[in-house]
Design a protein around this ligand. Structure first.
Ligand code: NAP
Length: 485
């Protein structure tokens, strides 16, 4: 923290109605790389969550009334401030979350890109005039901001998961209350500080930091003044929150867990597939919802792929994310580490083989070695669960239909990837995969222009792209009658 150029980006309490508000007691923010307490943040609760909703409700009419261009100017300032503080924001993110600094700075740019994108996209919220079946009537459609939006976000992208939601909400004319994950509130509060400096009016963007996830979650999902609830996190928590939202029939969008297949066909460029798999697997130490979870390799190339993959994965450097040249940081907590360890051990007990890694590292409490496993079956725990760690299970297959069936044999459907150079196969496989996003000869697919989201139990709604505003808008139909003289 001492090395930050702008230390006033580190805030220690919730941001509600344009004010930094205290709570009851404090939450220790722990650096997962070395267990140091890097800051303390006041612990807000139900009362503060209610205040934030009240502030957002009060701010809504004036914010909604602004022209899209006026909102865009303020959002553009917010974007500029995030980019001019990219180094500090990245450092804060690494300190609380653990990912390597270069990756953390990448997340800041990625998060900011949604603010830039939606500031512009807000100017293109078009209505419609529909040909009427009756001569004396006219049919028109308006799109209007839905109202107060509440959000809950996870620790794995402490900046971008908030930016992706808040940018669309604010551009649509909604006001916003977010509760960030308990482990990583500093990035959220730094965003609030910059929103404040950008001149975003009080009550439009609120951050409530508190460790009572259930209590605050109930307020955000059940409060009658919240019109829309948006969540990114695990499928299990998402299901409970959808149920809670039913009590007031809120519009809901969910970005939940994944179990991404990464398929390598025998006609693929194997070297490119190795690079793509590493990029999509080991980012954020394997702790992303779109991380490759199962690598399927066609029998005839499995030996070549595995040898090249193991060689490259073996070169990845693990360490404190602030150290030069580090590719993989710690896992977020010791529970996360135990979870990964158990998945590997249970799968080894069922016959899988560890060919690289497969152990914790003695450099702090939360480090796990980049791992590659072979002889894995699609029914083993390491293939059936969302790993959220730096482990690559390799499963061999014989033909296209078999691998599509194996890839789809899961309740979730967020991202999938495959490598092939056969154009017919590319279409068949892309259409056959039951996933919201498919990377074809590409391991990194997210950006502000593209619709991010899943099918099946990976959730509903899309973030980013021209579709991302839909979740924050209501369609209003106007029927103008009595036109005949
Ligand atoms: P999680 O346990 O569901 O937590 C996510 C957020 O929900 C945190 O802020 C957490 O608060 C809060 N929370 C937990 N239980 C709650 C409850 N009963 N009521 C209200 N809030 C509650 O998920 P996670 O393990 O931290 O995050 C990883 C998951 O997120 C993975 O499954 C990953 O795939 C998914 N994810 C999905 C996307 C996507 O776009 N589809 C993106 C990123 C991550 P606390 O911090 O206090 O626990």
């Amino acid at each position: 923290m001492e090395q930050l150029q702008d230390k006033s980006l580190v805030k220690q309490s919730s941001y509600i109605d344009g004010q930094w508000q205290q709570g009851n007691g404090a939450i220790d923010i722990i650096n997962p790389a070395n267990d140091d307490c890097i800051a303390q943040v006041a612990n807000a609760g139900i009362e503060q969550a209610e205040q934030a909703i009240a502030a957002a409700k009060q701010a809504f009419p004036a914010w909604a009334k602004k022209s899209a261009g006026e909102r865009a100017q303020l959002m553009r300032k917010w974007f500029d401030l995030m980019m001019s503080h990219q180094q500090d924001l990245g450092r804060i993110l690494t300190l609380e979350q653990g990912k390597p600094l270069a990756e953390a700075k990448g997340e800041i740019a990625y998060g900011a890109s949604f603010i830039e994108w939606f500031a512009e996209e807000g100017k293109r919220i078009y209505g419609d005039v529909i040909p009427s079946p009756a001569a004396d009537k006219r049919i028109m459609v308006l799109k209007q901001p839905i109202g107060v939006v509440a959000a809950i976000t996870p620790w794995n992208f402490p900046n971008a998961m908030i930016a992706r939601k808040a940018a669309a909400a604010l551009a649509a004319g909604c006001t916003f209350v977010v509760r960030p994950a308990t482990q990583t509130p500093l990035s959220a509060l730094a965003m609030a500080e910059l929103a404040d400096r950008a001149g975003i009016p009080a009550g439009v963007f609120n951050v409530v930091v508190g460790d009572d996830a259930k209590g605050i979650g109930k307020v955000l999902t059940q409060h009658p003044d919240v019109a829309k609830f948006t969540f990114t996190g695990s499928t299990q928590t998402g299901k409970a929150l959808i149920e809670q939202c039913a009590t007031t029939v809120k519009k809901v969008s969910m970005e939940l867990g994944g179990n991404a297949p990464f398929i390598v066909f025998d006609d693929a460029d194997i070297d490119a597939a190795v690079q793509g798999a590493i990029a999509s697997k080991y980012r954020n130490a394997g702790q992303t919802c779109v991380c490759t979870n199962r690598i399927f390799v066609q029998q005839s190339v499995v030996e070549e792929f595995t040898a090249k993959y193991v060689e490259q994965v073996g070169k990845l450097k693990v360490g404190n994310g602030l150290d030069e040249g580090v590719d993989i940081g710690p896992l977020i907590t010791q529970e996360a580490l135990s979870g990964v360890t158990k998945l590997v051990e249970d799968s080894v007990a069922q016959g899988a083989k560890v060919v690289l890694g497969g152990r914790t590292l003695d450099m702090g409490k939360n480090f796990y070695a980049p791992t590659v496993m072979t002889g894995v079956k699609n029914t083993m725990p390491i293939a059936e669960s969302e790993i959220f760690g730096p482990v690559s299970p390799i499963i061999s297959f014989t033909d296209e239909n078999e691998v599509i069936a194996m890839a789809n044999d899961t309740d979730v459907g967020l991202a999938a990837y495959f490598y092939s150079r056969d154009i017919g196969r590319i279409w068949r496989v892309a259409e056959g995969l039951e996933y919201g996003m498919v990377g074809i000869n590409e391991g990194l697919i997210s950006n502000a222009a593209a619709p991010f989201g899943g099918v099946k139990q990976s959730g509903n709604g899309r973030e980013g792209s021209k579709y991302g505003l839909d979740d924050y808008l209501e369609i209003k139909y106007l029927c103008l009658g009595g036109l005949d003289k």
